[in-house]
Design a protein around this ligand. Structure first.
Ligand code: ZN
Length: 156
């Protein structure tokens, strides 16, 4: 069974204050983590980090608002994920403060003994971007490195 994890953006119906007067409206997007099993996205609930409304994530970059669901009591948060991470990783991430989807992604990599690189932070000056990257190896060990890129990069 092929399994993979992905961070992707879903669109909400809310608008951030700085975009309030835009026409056409610029809806807020937030990052969610999803598991793809045999090419199918596992549906899950996610809460908008701006307005708090609950979404049902049904596909990559696609979600439906879960009407009538007021609280996301069943949604896993960072505190829940901390329970299953090795202490060293927990301490490190608590310091770096990545968003929920990054915590979920790292937990997923460790659980499935997968190797990947996760961008934690970036500094940007003109056309130079330095990324802080967490490299997770299949044996669960990890290393932080930096990488300089010349052009704009998309954090994915
Ligand atoms: Zn929202």
């Amino acid at each position: 069974m092929a399994i993979e994890g992905i961070r992707h953006l879903v669109e909400c119906h809310c608008i951030l204050p700085q975009y309030r007067n835009r026409n056409p409206p610029v809806y807020h997007k937030f990052v969610v983590f999803s598991v793809i099993e045999d090419d199918k996205v596992k549906p899950k609930l996610a809460q908008c980090n701006n307005c708090g409304i609950i979404h049902k994530v049904v596909d990559i970059c696609k979600s439906e608002i879960a009407h009538g669901m007021e609280e996301g009591n069943s949604i896993r948060g960072i505190e829940d994920i901390k329970l299953s991470l090795p202490q060293k990783m927990c301490d490190f991430l608590s310091q770096q403060k990545p968003d929920l989807s990054t915590w979920e992604y790292i937990e997923f990599l460790l659980e499935n003994n997968l190797e990947s690189e996760v961008t934690l932070n970036k500094d940007q000056k003109d056309d130079v971007t330095q990324l802080k990257i967490l490299h997770i190896k299949p044996d669960g060990s990890f290393k932080v490195k930096t990488e300089i890129r010349q052009d704009e990069v998309e954090i994915s």
